[in-house]
Write a protein that binds this ligand. Structure first.
Ligand SMILES: CC(C)(COP(=O)(O)OP(=O)(O)OC[C@H]1O[C@@H](n2cnc3c(N)ncnc32)[C@H](O)[C@@H]1OP(=O)(O)O)[C@@H](O)C(=O)NCCC(=O)NCCS
Length: 198
């Protein structure tokens, strides 16, 4: 997949997503030091510097290993401020492709998670041609579950991922094309009703 020199993956109306580099370490540390952000990830324990170093190494090495997939740094388009990250990547040890996000506490409540997740789901289906995208959340993480639903994933009950029992959400390209056809058909019937045409 072609990338700009700056490693930009995509832009949404308010966000830019680009590849992480080692120089982004401090931002990742800030994100992973906040107990509010980590509440449903690890029970709210700030991650030690060494763990964040390992994460940054893994994330920056991932783009070459699995072209098109990864974890991307997101910033606001209006002022460049770091917002957090979004991912579309394999959910280890499975071959399921997972959409995810982790945003700075200050950025919550603005619709950023949904805006970014929707863009990545579209990118996965339309650009990468994946046929199924999952999302997994702690059962208590209602905000994240809501984001997944708003991003087109349906509640699929429980699944075992990351060695934990988690809520599982799924979107499939077959369902998506059915939905698109359905909207297209209703658009056609709307047109023939409204404009008397086909
Ligand atoms: C989960 C997270 C990404 C949400 O980010 P966000 O930008 O605030 O999300 P959005 O604004 O796009 O949407 C959140 C939705 O959940 C709703 N919501 C928020 N808290 C909620 C709660 N406790 N119960 C139910 N719904 C809730 C919001 O009202 C909003 O819905 P609406 O747009 O219909 O009003 C953010 O809280 C976060 O980064 N948390 C820490 C990391 C994390 O948990 N990541 C997910 C791991 S699975």
């Amino acid at each position: 997949m072609a990338r700009s020199a700056a490693g930009i993956l995509l832009r949404t109306p308010r966000l830019t997503m680009r590849e992480f580099t080692a120089a982004d370490f401090d931002e990742m540390l800030r994100l992973d030091s906040d107990p509010r952000v980590l509440k449903y990830i690890n029970g709210g324990k700030p991650m030690p510097r060494s763990e964040v170093e390992t994460i940054v190494d893994r994330v920056t090495g991932y783009y070459a290993l699995y072209p098109g997939l990864g974890v991307w740094r997101a910033s606001r388009r209006d002022n460049g401020a770091f917002v957090g990250w979004y991912c579309l990547k394999y959910c280890p040890p499975t071959t399921d492709v997972e959409v995810g996000y982790r945003l700075l506490f200050e950025a919550w409540g603005n619709g950023y998670a949904t805006e970014g997740a929707r863009a990545l789901v579209d990118y996965g289906f339309d650009q990468l041609g994946v046929t199924r995208i999952i999302g997994v959340t702690h059962p208590g993480n209602k905000a994240s579950q809501h984001v997944l639903r708003k991003s087109g994933l349906r509640d699929a009950g429980w699944g075992r991922y990351y060695n934990r029992r988690l809520r599982l959400f799924i979107a499939e390209s077959s369902e998506r094309s059915r939905d698109t056809n359905r909207s297209f058909r209703s658009f056609r019937s709307f047109r023939s009703f409204r404009f008397g045409g086909r």
